[in-house]
Design a protein around this ligand. Sequence first.
Ligand code: APR
Length: 244
Amino acid sequence: MHQDFLPPGIAVLTGAGISKESGIDTFRDEGGLWTRVDLEEVATIDAWFRDKKKVLDFYNETRRSFRAAHITPNEAHEALARLEREYGGEVTIITQNIDTLHEAAGSRKVIHMHGRDGEVRCMVCKTEFASDADLTPDSVCPNCQAVGELRPNIVWFGEMPMHLDEIYEVLERCGLFIAIGTSGEVYPAAGFVLHVRRRQPRARTVELNLEPTDNKTLFHEHIYGPATEIVPPYVTRILRQGWR
Ligand code: APR
């Protein structure tokens, strides 16, 4: 197909809600991770400098329980993979999730703005590599041999999200922006819908979530319910009828 005839791009922002029915807790719902664990103690850059062992123990434990649970993608992840396969234009998933369930479902264009589970980064030489091994304050970087500088390759509060230039480019060329399973409480992701509305006045914005969020008024369309029930029919609808 000639480039000029490609349909407008679709940008999909996903949050913890899309993985909830795969068995991964959200952060801010009742019983969510940050209602049980003090995020200031384990998920901030200050926490890392204050007490590396505490932070690393938390992520070692979380990773082990993830692996033990054999978590697999659900119908919502699969529907988005189908959207990418069957839609004629660009479909990009911008995820705040560190799980890799979108990839496991078959999505190819996935941007992990808060990093990825199963990856480690050295604070000194910045090398990133795949690893499922436990980290301790004595761990040695295999590249630069620095001691105690290896950390999960994820974004903590107080740090800049990853791939923002690429993300804003995707947002600025999309004709449809869909937010799925995110509370809209954490910036900059929470500001993406407003960015699209300002920079792409003709773009359509749709919120799919368990319940209305604080950003509700910025979306043209709202569909509420569990992701596994609302995402597959929405994808079928836009593949058959378009999104207007
Ligand atoms: N289907 C759809 N949506 C759901 C479901 C479900 N089954 N279950 C919960 N939700 C919705 C909730 O209603 C809520 O609006 O998912 C949203 C989850 O919100 P948060 O827990 O705040 O998760 P998220 O928006 O992804 O958080 C953003 O915060 O701590 C950081 O880095 C972490 O990436 C995360 C960021």
